[in-house]
Design a protein around this ligand. Structure first.
Ligand SMILES: Cc1cc2nc3c(=O)[nH]c(=O)nc-3n(C[C@H](O)[C@H](O)[C@H](O)COP(=O)(O)O)c2cc1C
Length: 196
């Protein structure tokens, strides 16, 4: 697909509308390789990926449901089931975590931005190969005990759950800000000569 077309037409599909087939095998491998090919100040590699496919999604969902019940002892069974089935909405869910690297040179913010770029690359690579995705967070992204139950390090921060699959239908267009709304101009003419 033409690169500009890819960038200008990519849309997220709702996780619940991502169905089989999902990317797998060499195709998934390619998507993941492209995903980590991001700007990364200092070559620190401050990110890790965990791929949830097949039964792993239910295993992670069971951990999520356990945690949800511990936090909400009065929750209905229906709500607990919702958490247990959360990762089953799409064939593949990739957890992208930011793993901070102690550095005197590279600020934490820059490392976090690099992890965000991994998430976006995942969506773009999947889209280029005919799949769709959605970048989600939710309470689970901020729950330390749950993330540790999945094997992440205590210092890891979840940048996104990237749900991937085949879209059930074309997503509707989404309103976007006009370029003029986000373009800023320099505050010239307020006491300075404005030009040389
Ligand atoms: C860091 C991050 C977290 C997000 N978390 C959620 C979320 O938890 N739930 C949700 O409905 N959308 C969430 N979104 C928004 C969707 O991923 C997506 O951006 C939105 O549906 C518009 O999609 P599109 O512009 O890619 O078409 C999140 C986006 C980002 C960047």
């Amino acid at each position: 697909m033409d690169a500009l077309e890819l960038l200008s037409q990519r849309r997220s599909s709702r996780a619940a509308e991502l169905t089989e087939p999902g990317p797998e095998g060499a195709v998934l491998q390619r998507i993941l390789e492209v995903a980590i090919r991001v700007p990364d100040h200092g070559k620190l590699g401050p990110w890790r990926l965990l791929v949830l496919q097949g039964a792993d999604r239910a295993w992670a969902g069971a951990r999520l449901a356990d945690r949800f019940r511990a936090l909400n002892p009065d929750a209905s069974d229906a709500l607990v089931t919702l958490e247990a089935e959360r990762f089953l909405r799409a064939p593949v869910v990739v957890a992208v975590v930011h793993r901070p690297i102690l550095s005197e040179k590279i600020p934490a913010w820059e490392q976090q931005l690099s992890a965000g770029a991994v998430c976006q690359n995942l969506l773009l690579a999947a889209h280029a190969l005919g799949f769709a995705g959605q970048w989600l967070t939710g309470w689970s992204a901020y729950d330390g005990p749950f993330l540790e139950a999945l094997g992440f390090a205590p210092e890891d921060r979840l940048a996104g759950w990237i749900y991937l699959g085949t879209p059930e239908r074309e997503p509707t267009p989404r309103a976007r800000p006009a370029l003029e709304e986000v373009l800023l101009t320099l505050p010239k003419g307020k006491g300075d000569s404005g030009s040389r």
